[in-house]
Design a protein around this ligand. Structure first.
Ligand SMILES: [Mn+2]
Length: 352
């Protein structure tokens, strides 16, 4: 694999992922609840099964990116020899605490903006070189496991990039794959939205089931699109999304549109994405309260500005923030949401 060996051999990842997995008897797989996370877990499970290795599947508390959201007891009970974390960007100090508590090695595969980790095996080409663009964690896995393009890989990329995939260098390969299989990108996006509906409805069990189902569908897009459970959830969340999208911004500050939403579903990411597509020349800020989880989040999206510096500044100010070039996300205690929003708007005025 000449193309990717330069970053595979970086500090913290001296051995290849294939070698590491092959020598681990039982692997606990912890993955992000979205379609890239589900697809990444499916790729790993496929690899583990084909190599006669055992595994267990684990999903964090939906909406949480901190130590509190991790299913520690569940992972301990799995009696795994190693934990692999997919598409789920935890801060380095959280990974340290997790590794100490579990007492097993942690392997990370990710494409989110993060600091490079020396302590455990850390496969993240974007942490090595922030100028590199990776559409999805599935794409990182494609290179690490030396896989040809397949349905889970492109569903992961569709989930994270949607119609903006055409701006990425990987689009050329995807385009050829689609032409060869006589598929179109909008249908792949639809498949990714079906997978996402499992977390949007708020069901961690559905997110676990989704991996086994996607694997059993064996590259058949028709089977994915026809899944009854996912279609049922999708209808429910689309109806709720329509309700949210009908509202006006609560506030407009220069080119920043601020929206306020409350819902029992996990729609912060999706509503922000849809709004940013409606207002491509603006920065969209969404303050979102999940009434079931008492979870408050702020999402920021821009297609024009690189939000990496915003994320760094928010972290410096002590916020639990993360994301990518085009999206920043913060989790805030609900009674401190107004202060956090002021910080976001102030910092945005500095970078935009
Ligand atoms: Mn991802």
């Amino acid at each position: 694999m000449a193309g990717s060996s330069s970053w595979v051999e970086m500090p913290g990842s001296k051995r290849s992922l294939i070698e590491l997995l092959e020598e681990t008897g039982r692997v606990a797989v912890l993955y992000h609840w979205d379609s890239d996370g589900i697809s990444s877990a499916t790729i790993i499970v496929d690899f583990l099964k084909s190599n006669g290795l055992e595994y267990s599947l684990h999903v964090p508390r939906i909406g949480y990116y901190s130590y509190d959201g991790l299913p520690i007891d569940e992972i301990k009970h799995s009696k795994a020899d190693a934990l692999i974390i997919l598409d789920y960007a935890l801060k380095q100090h959280v990974l340290d605490k997790l590794e100490d508590n579990l007492g097993i090695p942690i392997i990370v595969v990710d494409h989110h903006h993060n600091r490079l980790r020396e302590r455990s095996t850390y496969f993240n080409p974007v942490a090595i070189d922030p100028t590199r663009r990776y559409p999805s964690t599935t794409w990182v896995l494609k290179e690490l496991l030396e896989l040809p393009l397949n349905l889970p890989i492109i569903i992961g990329a569709a989930g994270d990039c949607m119609e903006k995939i055409v701006r990425l260098p990987q689009w050329e390969d995807i385009k050829n794959y689609l032409a060869e299989k006589n598929l179109d990108w909008n249908t792949i996006i639809k498949a990714s939205e079906l997978l996402d509906s499992n977390y949007k409805i708020g069901s961690r069990r559905a997110v676990v089931r989704a991996v086994e189902k996607l694997l059993s569908y064996d590259d058949s897009l028709e089977m994915v699109l026809g899944d009854e459970e996912w279609n049922k959830y999708r209808l429910i969340v689309e109806e709720e999304l329509d309700r949210l999208l009908s509202s006006e911004p609560a506030k407009i500050v220069g080119n920043v549109l601020v929206y306020n939403f409350k819902s029992k579903y996990h729609l912060a990411s999706m509503v922000t994405r849809r709004l940013s597509l409606l207002h491509e020349d603006k920065v969209v800020v969404v303050v979102f309260e999940n009434e079931v989880e008492e979870l408050c989040q702020i999402y920021v999206r821009s297609w024009i500005h690189n939000l990496i510096s915003l994320i760094d500044m928010l972290v410096e100010e002590g916020y639990n923030a993360g994301g990518k070039r085009s999206v920043a996300a913060l989790i805030v205690e609900c009674d401190k949401i107004e202060d956090a929003l002021s910080s976001v708007v102030r910092l945005l005025s500095e970078i935009t």
